[in-house]
Design a protein around this ligand. Structure first.
Ligand code: SF4
Length: 327
């Protein structure tokens, strides 16, 4: 019986430790590491910081492991003889009126050849790790796009032209991705921040975006929900429909996993120049076809306008209320 008691106590204490890491802190301005694709979400992050959906203990444990691993990466760099300076140095960005609208902290800078290179360490699971090979890959997912904005603001805030991402998979594998200050991109981010800051000051919100992939994972989607409800909702009593929605919910995680793995597998196999067997079960062929595509971006707007027509688009958004609107 003593061993059961010991296990129970370890679990209780570990869960209490994870719970203690869930504290929410007031935000006085935007945070460079949390600039979402959605302006409304960005504004919620300041105005409604206390309403952010809670993450579960499993995710907290992963985040804590990530932080621990980041310290290991820095220790590795030091052991390799590199000089790391300005760890966790804060910076702030002001608008034209001199108001602080964004703050951030860089992981550090590597001093090398008379220069200082800001770096940002990102730990991620092996599937995500395999998806990233160069800076363009950071445009693939909403979370990665946050990373891009974050590092551009770091470079801008520290007046540096170059920096790097250090990507790790928690298994001592690193990818080092160079990043160059992109003034055009920075200008767009700063314009967004300034515009959103005006909403914060007026305590107002812009329109919702229409992108279920982003809204599903948004930590504030339970706040957006009343907007939908206020349009007048009805209740559907249909057991069959309810059963299918529940089953759909169970299957959703497999679809995501399938899509992630499918992307990685195809990325690895696209280099094949002839059919190949993988084990004795899979035959892989890469077929290339040439097709003609109309590049609508090259057509002048006045020509495009002549052929515009209005069409109805139906979008069905299904939210799981039991998960506080989060995925
Ligand atoms: S639910 Fe969608 S529209 Fe609302 S804040 Fe989140 S991302 Fe933006």
């Amino acid at each position: 019986m003593t061993i059961e008691k010991l296990i129970e106590e370890i679990i209780t204490k570990y869960n209490a430790y994870l719970e203690s890491k869930k504290q929410k802190y007031p935000r006085q301005c935007f945070i460079a590491s949390d600039i979402s694709d959605c302006d409304r979400c960005l504004i919620y992050s300041v105005l409604n910081w206390q309403d952010r959906a809670e993450v579960d203990n499993y995710l907290i444990a992963i985040l804590e492991a990530g932080k621990e691993y980041e310290r290991k990466v820095i220790a590795d760099l030091l052991n390799l003889g590199f000089e790391i300076i300005e760890g966790q140095t804060p910076f702030e960005i002001k608008n034209r009126q001199g108001e602080v609208i964004c703050r951030g902290k860089i992981d550090g800078k590597i001093k090398y050849s008379g220069n200082k290179y800001p770096f940002e360490i990102k730990t991620m699971n092996i599937n995500m790790f395999n998806l990233i090979n160069d800076i363009e890959d950071f445009s693939k997912k909403p979370l990665f796009r946050k990373y891009l904005r974050q590092i551009q603001l770091y470079l801008y805030g520290h007046n540096c032209e170059e920096g790097l991402f250090i990507i790790t998979d928690l298994q001592k594998h690193y990818k080092l991705i160079p990043v160059y200050l992109d003034y055009g991109e920075c200008e767009l981010i700063l314009q967004r921040l300034e515009k959103c800051w005006e909403y914060v000051k007026k305590k107002e919100l812009p329109q919702m975006i229409n992108d279920t992939r982003i809204c599903q994972k948004c930590a504030f989607n339970h706040l957006c929900l009343p907007d939908i409800k206020s349009e007048g909702s009805e209740f559907i009593e249909d057991d069959e429909l309810l059963t299918m929605l529940e089953r759909r919910e169970e299957l959703k995680k497999y679809v995501e996993e399938y899509e992630e793995i499918d992307e990685i597998v195809k990325e690895r196999l696209k280099v094949l120049t002839k059919p190949a067997f993988v084990g004795d079960k899979f035959l892989v062929e890469v077929k290339k076809t040439i097709y003609t595509q109309l590049n609508v971006k090259l057509i002048p707007d006045e020509i495009k306008k002549q052929y515009e027509e209005k069409k109805e688009r139906i979008q069905i958004i299904i939210k799981n209320l039991e998960k506080g609107g989060t995925k």
